[in-house]
Design a protein around this ligand. Sequence first.
Ligand code: LLP
Length: 420
Amino acid sequence: MAHLQFDGCDAVTLAKEYGTPLYVVSERMIRERLREVRKDFLERYPDTEALYASKALQTLDICRIVASEGIGLDVVSGGELFAAAKAGFPMDRIYFHGNSKTEAEIRMAVEYGVGRIVVDNLHELATLDEAARALGRRAKILFRITPGVDSHTHDFISTGKLDSKFGIPLDPRVRDEYVGAALRMEGVELLGFHFHVGSQLLSNESHLKAVSIVCRLMAEVRDRYGFETRELNLGGGYGVHYSGDERARPLSYFVDAMMADVRTACAGARLPVPRVVIEPGRWIVGEAGMTLYTVGSRKAIPDVRTYVGVDGGLPDNPRPALYGAIYEATVADRDDAARSEVVTVAGKCCETGDILIRDVALQSPMPGDTLAVFTTGAYNHSMASNYNRLPRPAMVLTNAGEHRLSVRRETFEDLVSREA
Ligand code: LLP
């Protein structure tokens, strides 16, 4: 029986050597995606910048890989910024996001000298202005706007709707106050605007709607304030393959259409084309990751279903419970065997909703088998918890047949190490 091969590595060997649950992430595949960003966006369009949205998967190694490919970083918290600094990430290539940044985070971003701060509300703007002036700096900012576009994805990851906690509504009564205030401040330099319409989008429709809305905004603030937008950040959101027929689109599918529309709209309004920035997360790392589990139990309920229990679940992958995400899997020990049995893969938490995959055809998983769940590179490690005091898994980086430990497994001692 053939073992599952992943980036030239034997999955069963990896499970034996490093233990399970185990995040396996292909450095080679991540670099391939980063190079596609360079070739099909940065090199194709002058005066552009690309960031990796590190909330999808942030480790010191991933930060170093991204930096080495000449891509910038999107961070959303003091913790992500700290880790990026620790990895030696160039600060001027970091964009700091967040709808509720603390004063400490705002000061930290100014002190570290991040490239841009993406401002979400007036209170943040005032705090930032003060912090920057106190340090004798002028922070370069973008305003995050709410384009009012309803992207067709799970409600929890649709972020561009008017009724959203993110961004500034485009109602002129609100918007003008922001732009007017920023232009009067000495501690901030307004460069332009940012939007992010949502995540796991397989069509560019919402992106293009948002582009047309933000281009109209650029013309309006030019007319009203003489303010010329110098930078436009179009967010991320490009989808990947999880199950069934859905396929990740090439980057060019999104960026070519958006760049064409930006150029046309700018020409129509006689605006100079601003510097355009993109910031995909999931598209860079999602398909580069898989999770290995050991099957621990089997239980057949006659005429109902067969449960197959594994040694991880909701704490290492909350996405099925949170978003109803559907994953594909294989029994790594018999990857080529017939998928002759429909089972439900259950996690080990005391939580009825801790089901990793419902009704999936597999190769009769038996206790002791290694089960591989695919496309777990994004929003798994970064969203992991210790529910039921499960230690968070280790992460191994593969590279065309080679493998090395990148994040060690948590120990029971780690679990109590912060407690008095
Ligand atoms: N830029 C901003 C401002 C964002 O808020 C996000 C994601 C991204 C970029 C990157 O989006 P991506 O290219 O990865 O779709 N935990 C959810 C996804 C939440 C995404 C939040 N923001 C999930 O597991 O599906």
